[in-house]
Design a protein around this ligand. Structure first.
Ligand SMILES: [Fe+2]
Ligand SMILES: [Fe+2]
Length: 381
């Protein structure tokens, strides 16, 4: 039974704890002296924490990424955040683990969200579009994937059910924007919301921690999404080829720029609008998640949001009356990171869809979904 979660660690600073975690990553590095030490990122459903084992690596039991471990160690502080110094560790027995304690998931029920999506699709006026979307959602493998997949490995909606949350949020945004700009075709926008990231259910593997499948590494979710769409349109006799081309363009252009993985730039209004809505939804989720889960022990700034390439201001804390309206009493976050040298995560996302966006073209990394923390690993959208 898990008793101490990552989010609780600020309460245990300078204390020794024993606690279970899931290993998200594990690397052997070298101290300045040349001696090896173990660097780990440990997670549970509440977040992630860095851990170090400085000595006696040879005495450690064999374990790997995605294993559950029990550690005994000290809660130290590094970069104004808790960091674990591990004294002892062992692999956890399956009987000691409640999977739900370790996998972050949407606050919403996936079945309820799926029913909401089915209702949105049923309201699509264009019969060809509706038939295609219904055929996709009626596919048991796709339906199961949509209910469970994260939208990314780390940068936004990076938790079970995150993809479905993202799709529904975009459907809502599409309705609002189409009501504002009367010239837009709402059916096309809703189709883009459903289709644009559907390839992620094949791009990502998410049984325990989120990582890229081999075909995800090789092809990416845009190509995989096109394939899924093609599989269904061939089974729909009379599906208009030009409508199919328009849908394909909505999918391939949704990252908005060549350097963010789109082979074509948005070339009609719905494509441009959808790109911006996708960007908005992913970045806002990235910010909200970080503000909710960041472990910084003090100050008005969060740690650096890797997806967005900047720290975030804790606005409510900064504006609280007792703060006196002065400047945030700490050095700029960038200066802090530099001052602490190379044990800080590199700023650049590996292949993300978020924030500063030129991320997806870079090599994907295996990451774990956590309740928050945008990290290297995938795009924000
Ligand atoms: Fe995408
Ligand atoms: Fe997206």
């Amino acid at each position: 039974m898990k008793q101490i979660f990552v989010r609780d660690l600020p309460n245990y600073v300078k204390q020794t704890i024993a606690a279970f975690f899931l290993v998200r990553s594990k690397q052997t590095r070298q101290k300045k002296s040349g001696e090896p030490y173990l660097s780990m990122t440990l997670v549970d459903r509440s977040g992630e924490v860095e851990a170090r084992c400085w000595d006696n690596l040879a005495a450690l039991p064999a374990f790997d990424r995605d294993d559950f471990i029990k550690i005994k160690g000290a809660v130290d502080v590094f970069n104004n955040k808790p960091q674990l110094t591990v004294h002892k560790l062992r692999r956890a027995e399956e009987s000691e683990i409640e999977l739900g304690d370790y996998l972050a998931c949407s606050a919403r029920d996936p079945e309820e969200m799926f029913a909401e999506l089915a209702a949105v699709v049923a309201a699509v006026g264009d019969p060809n579009l509706r038939a295609l979307l219904e055929a996709l959602l009626a596919d048991p493998a796709i339906a199961a994937g949509v209910k469970r997949a994260p939208a990314a490995t780390s940068l936004h909606h990076a938790y079970l059910g995150g993809l479905l949350e993202h799709i529904l949020s975009l459907c809502g945004l599409c309705r609002v924007v189409a009501a504002h700009y009367g010239s837009l075709n709402l059916d096309l926008l809703v189709a883009a919301a459903v289709l644009h990231d559907l390839g992620k259910i094949r791009e990502l593997e998410y049984a325990r921690s989120a990582s890229y499948t081999t075909e995800g590494h090789l092809l990416g979710h845009i190509v995989l999404g096109l394939q899924m769409m093609a599989e269904k349109t061939v089974a729909l006799p009379g599906f208009p080829p030009r409508l199919r081309a328009v849908l394909e363009h909505l999918v391939v252009s949704h990252h908005g720029e060549y350097e963010f993985g789109s082979p074509k730039l948005p070339m009609f209004p719905e494509a441009m609008v959808f790109h911006f809505l996708d960007n908005l939804d992913s970045k806002l989720n990235s910010m909200e998640t970080q503000l909710r889960t960041d472990l910084k022990l003090s100050g008005d700034w969060t740690g650096k949001n890797v997806a967005l390439g900047r720290a975030l201001l804790r606005r409510e804390q900064y504006l609280r009356p007792e703060a006196g309206g002065g400047a945030a009493a700490e050095p700029p976050p960038e200066a802090q990171a530099e001052a602490h040298g190379n044990d800080v995560h590199p700023a650049a996302p590996a292949d993300g869809e978020a924030g500063s966006r030129p991320v997806e073209a870079r090599a994907p990394q295996r990451t774990l979904f956590t309740a928050g923390a945008g990290k290297e690993g995938d795009r924000v959208s």
